[in-house]
Design a protein around this ligand. Structure first.
Ligand code: DC
Length: 224
């Protein structure tokens, strides 16, 4: 059976940095499941549909053929929708909340969960998301729940956007409000919400840097 490491938690807890570095060190695949929800959000917005409008989103789903590819960009995951590589567009700030909103729709989740389970059954991988340990792969060998205080996560996000020149006038307070709003939505949806999965090890990264987080998780992975 392939090795699956599930990393869940709210946005800005450091999941993707950790998952990427762990996967590199262990020479296994990194599956960023948030990028899949972002891909759907981007597609829905491009069609002029409100991601909150489930009755208009659902009919779009059968026509979406999503592929997760590692062939381009030096092995970095790319999201391909109906042959178009949408990866360059899905990191924009406007997509973050749209992805959270569209991910409340069970039909959207079921479509992506099927793909996630298929990939996880075929190869050793680190997966990061919100429901990996609790819903997608409840039998994953290692489950981590990465957390950090909202103020710390907002500060990380602020610095990240600022470094990329993508703040567009947003203040730290506005980003903190967005973080709290997205947390609430991800934790309170009816279907497969963000929860600490049974058997998950909770790590609070508020006072840790990326190196310390990787070291801590390596200890947990190797202890298993
Ligand atoms: O990890 P991220 O910020 O790229 O995820 C964007 C949104 O996608 C997140 O706010 C909720 C949703 N998501 C989800 O519902 N389940 C996952 N496994 C991953 C992401």
């Amino acid at each position: 059976m392939p090795l699956n490491i599930a990393i869940d938690g709210p946005s800005g807890a450091g999941k993707s940095t950790l998952a990427k570095r762990l996967a590199e060190k262990m020479k296994i695949l990194y599956l960023d499941t948030g990028a899949m929800y972002r891909g759907i959000a981007y597609y829905v917005l491009e069609k002029g549909v409100d991601p909150a409008d489930a009755e208009r989103v659902k009919p779009l789903l059968p026509a979406i053929e999503m592929k997760v590819s590692y062939d381009e960009a030096g092995g970095v995951q790319q999201i391909i929708i109906n042959g178009e590589n949408v990866t360059p567009y899905i990191r924009e700030h406007r997509i973050s909340f749209a992805a959270s909103t569209v991910s409340k729709i069970p039909e959207v989740r079921l479509k992506l969960v099927e793909l996630q389970r298929q990939i996880a059954s075929e190869c050793d991988c680190v997966l990061d998301g919100r429901d990996i340990g609790s819903y997608v792969l409840p039998n994953a060998g290692t489950k981590i729940y990465l957390d950090a205080k909202p103020e710390v996560r907002a500060e990380r996000r602020y610095k990240e956007l600022s470094a990329k020149g993508q703040l567009n006038g947003m203040t730290y307070e506005e980003i903190l409000a967005d973080v709290n709003k997205r947390d609430y939505q991800d934790m309170h949806r009816d279907f497969a919400p963000l929860v600490v999965a049974d058997g998950a090890v909770v790590v609070d990264t508020s006072d840790m840097n990326a190196d310390e987080v990787v070291k801590k998780i390596e200890e947990i992975v190797h202890c298993k």
